[in-house]
Design a protein. Structure first.
Length: 367
């Protein structure tokens, strides 16, 4: 630890401040401008003033008197040409030099910004920021490294707590469910049976919530590392019978818009969970004539699931947020679409929500 502090201290001692670097570069810029303008001033002065003076001196020495020269015109023309050419050279020099200075001076900051934008808490190790010769940028990098380290540790603790808590809850929930099953077999009156049924339903909801939290924790911990090639059309078609047992009055159909047979590299367990949550969400939000319609469309580049809407559009900013629930819907735990988003992020897929022609549309892009 002391060695790291000493190393950083030595680097900071060698590094210069941003103001010092800017002033130094500015002086370089002035020197370049002077070197470019001085020869031009000399050449223009010689053309417009020196030659006229030489002609006058030679004519006087030869006894011919002062020759008829339009000095006023030459002086005005020379001044205008001086002004135009020097202004052009100064402007061009300033533009080129300052552009070079700005790009070189702020290059470390742009690298830091690029590294920070690519950083993901859930994936990969902490990034390493390059050392620079500018003191302020080194301080900025050090502060960002400390912040990322703290966030990474907090994120790790939260993930471990969620996963451990979910594991620990599984056993008491299962025991409670067994006890309730035995209790419901007893000779209970109507009120007692209703109370037991309510507790049983709440136990079931808690079990679903616990499994959802455990799945999210495992995704965050990158525990689904097994990938294989999956024919998405065939995979989805095999799941349709189970979806039709949940559809109620809504119709569910699968459309194939692929130009050729393609496979998708994915984790099968997560892919099934993604489809299950999307379909269940569609069933909950489906309405319209004859119970509504749910359409799953598979194309070359992705998957689209749409359903006739029961109510208005969902909030695009909150639709994938954990524990977000639509006001009009009491069912669900608010984690279904969060799981879908987490699975897409885990695979590097893009997901988008739209509301068009009174239909909820979820589009997943695999490329």
């Amino acid at each position: 630890m002391d060695n790291r502090i000493n190393m950083k201290s030595r680097i900071n001692m060698k590094a210069k401040s941003l103001l010092s670097r800017t002033l130094m570069q500015f002086l370089v810029c002035l020197a370049v401008i002077f070197l470019l303008t001085a020869p031009m001033v000399y050449i223009l002065s010689k053309l417009f003033y020196a030659e006229d003076m030489i002609d006058i001196i030679e004519s006087v020495e030869n006894g011919n008197g002062i020759p008829p020269l339009d000095l006023e015109r030459d002086i005005m023309a020379g001044m205008m040409l001086h002004f135009i050419l020097i202004s052009f050279v100064i402007s061009l020099s300033l533009f080129i030099t300052l552009r070079f200075i700005t790009k070189k001076l702020w290059q470390p900051f742009n690298k830091t910004l690029q590294i920070a934008e690519q950083f993901n808490l859930a994936q990969g190790d902490l990034p390493s920021f390059p050392k620079t010769n500018i003191r302020e940028f080194n301080r900025l990098n050090h502060s960002i490294e400390k912040l990322m380290t703290k966030d990474k540790e907090t994120f790790r603790i939260q993930k471990e707590f969620t996963e451990n808590a979910s594991h620990e809850l599984q056993t008491p929930l299962a025991i409670t469910r067994i006890k309730l099953d035995l209790l419901m077999q007893e000779d209970l009156n109507e009120r007692q049976m209703q109370l037991v049924a309510d507790i049983y339903n709440q136990n079931t909801r808690m079990g679903h919530l616990n499994r959802s939290l455990l799945l999210l924790a495992k995704i965050d911990n990158t525990q689904y590392s097994e990938y294989e090639e999956v024919d998405l059309l065939r995979f989805t078609n095999d799941l349709l019978p189970s979806y039709r047992t949940l559809q109620g009055n809504a119709s569910i159909s699968l459309r194939n818009e692929r130009s050729k047979k393609t496979t998708l590299r994915a984790n099968k367990t997560l892919l099934e969970s993604l489809l299950n949550n999307l379909v269940v969400n569609a069933i909950r939000h489906t309405g319209g004539e004859n119970g509504g319609e749910i359409i799953l469309t598979i194309s070359d580049n992705g998957l689209t699931i749409s359903n006739t809407a029961h109510g208005g559009a969902l909030s695009k900013t909150d639709v994938f947020r954990r524990f977000h629930k639509d006001i009009a819907m009491n069912s669900g735990n608010g984690l279904g679409l969060s799981i879908v988003k987490a699975i897409c992020d885990y695979h590097g897929w893009k997901i988008e929500y739209k509301f068009e022609s009174n239909r909820h549309i979820f589009i997943i892009g695999f490329k």
